[in-house]
Design a protein around this ligand. Structure first.
Ligand SMILES: Cc1cc2nc3c(=O)[nH]c(=O)nc-3n(C[C@H](O)[C@H](O)[C@H](O)COP(=O)(O)O)c2cc1C
Length: 186
């Protein structure tokens, strides 16, 4: 078991970083290993609500175009839409993580919370392997098209589109505000 200090270092070492070698593939099996870590996140009622699709190779261009088309529909500027047409080619793998709908609204919300916890497992796992990672949201208006592209069930929420790759430089240092914890005892 790693100790608190080591864990604390790992948590701080994980940083959003998209300065990666887009042409250097990940080792075989790495994406599966990382997704398996997500399975161990806390998950109320053990609904296992996460679904994963790794987008690589030529498929990244198809995904980019689909996102760009959605952005155009949403009224984004032509320049922004144009840039988006190569958006997902910036890393060798874009791991799309979806959350399945629950039986009730509460369960759907809990599912999304569980998936977010699972994603942090993925990001920390990637950090231990020396990989850069970058959690990005699904572009506005593109959720259903991305879900369909990923062969997820209808209604699946795209919780993250994670860029993964070998870093070309480390993310610059960052700060966090000091933590405040209120304690109520009576
Ligand atoms: C739910 C969620 C969605 C995010 N979406 C984006 C995004 O679309 N674009 C982006 O640049 N960063 C996105 N991020 C990453 C945050 O911007 C990043 O975590 C934050 O700037 C802190 O930097 P750090 O991760 O290096 O600590 C997202 C993070 C979360 C948790």
């Amino acid at each position: 078991m790693i100790n608190f200090e080591e864990f604390s270092k790992l948590v701080r070492a994980r940083r959003t970083n998209l300065v990666v070698d887009k042409d250097r593939p990940l080792d075989p099996g790495v994406v599966e290993q990382l997704c398996e870590l997500a399975m161990w996140a806390p998950n109320h009622k053990l609904t296992f609500p996460w679904v994963f699709t790794a987008v690589t190779g030529e498929a990244r261009a198809r995904l980019s175009n689909l996102a760009a088309d959605a952005m155009a529909r949403e009224g984004d500027s032509p320049a922004k839409v144009d840039r988006a047409r190569t958006k997902y080619q910036r890393a060798p793998v874009v791991l799309v993580v979806g959350t399945e709908v629950g039986e009730t609204q509460l369960r759907t919300e809990e599912n999304r919370d569980a998936v977010a916890a699972g994603i942090q497992n993925i990001l920390l796992g990637a950090t231990t392997l020396g990989l850069a990672s970058y959690w990005s949201s699904c572009p506005r208006g593109a959720n259903d098209d991305v879900a369909n592209f990923c062969e997820f069930r209808s209604g699946t929420h795209i919780t993250a589109m994670i860029y993964l790759g070998w870093p070309q430089r480390q993310a610059p240092g960052t700060m966090r505000p000091p933590v405040k914890v209120r304690t109520i005892t009576s």
